[in-house]
Design a protein around this ligand. Structure first.
Ligand code: PLP
Length: 394
């Protein structure tokens, strides 16, 4: 008998040979500035825990209370018996936080994109999508069966050219972009994209996964950052990054939200968010609405870290957000750098092709409000030592 899965071994070997096999690290501690990674205590420069909420005592306390009242699981999809009053409350609180008419929650940011895009466009339609959009946007676009036209990254001029050339060939149109791009930490020129899009009868959608809780007033996101309230039709977000929990949200025009209650497939066919997730998200919103302290600390840490890295002579790319790429070039060097950092007690992951372009390998540092100034100091020292020993800086 031949092994009908022998191809899997071959494919896995090919990944290992190319240095692209995912070796998954295991944490033995909660999220925070420091982690136990594979048994070693290291400074955490990898997580999306921007505000330090993932292990915040207030979120933990809120979850305990909610579980006493509601248990754990929703035991149904939202449209059958899975909508508890706390789900409705979360939808409403998120809409208010974002300053929009309505919001609908999904199980994750990934499912929010998968549910939203195919509900808005189909076979006869067209999507204009930034070339570097997140995988969940790409998959949502493919699921919709609409024609996909990629425009040059963060390039409103090219978007205009594509709209001018192709918009009229199709029924409906969707323009979709990440708000903050996760590999470079740059942001979409949403003001210019809006100006271009409004003349072409196209719905404008932004995925603000890395902007939620980070950019805008008190972390209200990229639409707030550009002061485009009421002008962006659909804002997708996630509660799994700055909010420190898990869950997705689509906020914006109430017609879109009502339509997603009827046609958002992960909303209709996958169970509701769990009780602990909802309770923790509600408490995260409470914290964000009470004070901008965590968001302010995140930015103070970011500014300090980036300025010091530049002084040391590192190239931190085009980032304007807490995502700090440390550009190294070849993937092998980035991997060696990451290993040396780990030995020096710092957890910083190397990213190489195909996650980033060939020759643009890097360590991506994720700054958090959870870092103390001592933590940042220690991280900078490790970067200096490793950078000098590997000849990256002088
Ligand atoms: C992380 C991310 C997602 C996925 O969010 P989850 O809630 O983790 O599923 C979607 N879009 C973008 C742009 C992201 O960065």
């Amino acid at each position: 008998m031949t092994d009908k899965l022998a191809w899997v071994d071959e494919e896995l070997q090919a990944l290992k040979d190319a240095g692209l096999y995912n070796n998954i690290r295991t944490l033995g501690s909660p999220q925070g500035a420091w982690l136990d990674v594979d048994g070693k205590r290291v400074l955490n420069f990898c997580s999306n825990n921007y505000l330090g909420l993932a292990n915040h005592p207030r979120l933990v306390e809120a979850v305990k209370k909610a579980m006493e009242k509601y248990g754990v699981g929703p035991a149904a999809v939202r449209t059958i018996a899975g909508t508890m009053d706390m789900h409705v409350e979360l939808d409403e609180r998120l809409a208010k936080f974002k300053g929009v008419d309505s919001a609908i929650t999904f199980q994750s940011g990934f499912t929010a994109n998968l549910g939203t895009i195919p509900a808005l466009v189909g076979r006869e339609d067209v999507i204009f999508s930034d070339r570097l959009n997140h995988a969940s946007i790409i998959d949502g676009c493919r699921l919709s069966r609409a024609k996909i036209i990629a425009y040059e990254h963060a390039d409103a001029e090219d978007l205009k050219k594509q709209l001018e050339e192709h918009r009229s060939e199709y029924r409906r149109a969707l323009v979709v972009t990440d708000g903050v791009f996760s590999m470079d930490g740059d942001i979409a020129p949403l003001d210019k994209i809006y100006e271009v899009t409004k003349d072409y009868d196209a719905v404008l959608m932004v995925d603000d996964a890395h902007g939620e809780g980070v950019v805008g007033k008190g972390g209200r996101g990229i639409v707030d950052h550009f002061d485009l309230h009421g002008k962006v039709d659909v804002e997708v977000g996630t509660m799994s990054k700055a909010f420190g929990v898990m869950g997705g949200v689509v906020a914006g025009n109430s017609k879109v939200v009502e339509w997603l209650h009827q046609r958002g497939r992960p909303f209709l066919f996958s169970s509701a968010m769990s009780v602990p997730d909802v309770a923790a998200c509600l408490e995260a919103i409470n914290i964000l609405e009470e004070s901008t302290e965590l968001v302010d600390r995140l930015w103070a840490n970011t500014d300090l870290f980036k300025a010091e890295m530049k002084k040391l002579g590192f190239d931190t790319g085009e980032s304007v957000t807490p995502i700090t790429p440390v550009m190294l070039g070849e993937a092998a060097l980035a991997q060696e750098f990451s290993r040396a950092l780990y030995d020096a007690g710092v957890f910083g992951m190397a990213l190489g092709f195909p996650t980033v372009p060939q020759g643009a390998a890097r360590i991506r540092v994720m700054i958090s409000a959870a870092h103390s100034s001592d933590d940042l100091e220690q991280g900078l020292e490790a970067f200096e030592t490793v950078g000098k020993s590997l000849g990256v800086i002088g």
